[in-house]
Ligand binder design. Sequence first.
Ligand SMILES: [Fe+2]
Ligand SMILES: [Fe+2]
Length: 224
Amino acid sequence: MDKLEKHYKVKNFSDRVALSFTKFLRFLADTFFKKRYGHRAVVLETVAAVPGMVAGMLLHLKSLRKMEDDKGWIKILLDEAANERMHLMTFIEVAKPTFIERAIIMIAQFIFILMYLFIYLISPRTAHRIVGYFEEEAVISYTDYLNELESGKIIDQPAPDIAINYWNLPLHATLKDVVRVIRDDEAGHRDVNHEFANILDERKKKSQVTKNNTESITNKENLN
Ligand SMILES: [Fe+2]
Ligand SMILES: [Fe+2]
């Protein structure tokens, strides 16, 4: 396995839900796109740019409501959304979506934005875990894409200007170089979102311990 590919092992029910949801969507994507990697990237990147914006917005509103610092999370999430949108702006130069794909993009955005908002409101840690698992799959898909480009099954082509400027690539860079830097971005998002889910888990455990301690002190006081 490529060193870049990592898998966060399922540890609880929430992780199981996140992984099953991801595998289901992966199955749909594999069935629909097969090896049409450029088209796959265009459609999936329209979805990938949603979670960071939704989570960033919700944390922004929470920070205002609770008058609490966000510990830098909002910027990280909004940067993730902006980075994913640049993936889309790049791949739109490589593959133009078909009419059906455009229709899927419209429907998928409508469904996914509501679904992710709902999941984040119920369980932010599950929502971050889902993105962590999505990004694991993204790394795998971009590795497959790169393998096809390297073996010549998919013809390489000059990197789009927008990608050369955004990632500061050499002027002679090709699609292979672009796929590599995008895959690195996805690996970064994967690690950040798994880490966010872990931090939320820890916070929950700590607050549970504090709650239990407070309850036992109260019980002792009542007995005395
Ligand atoms: Fe992406
Ligand atoms: Fe991504």
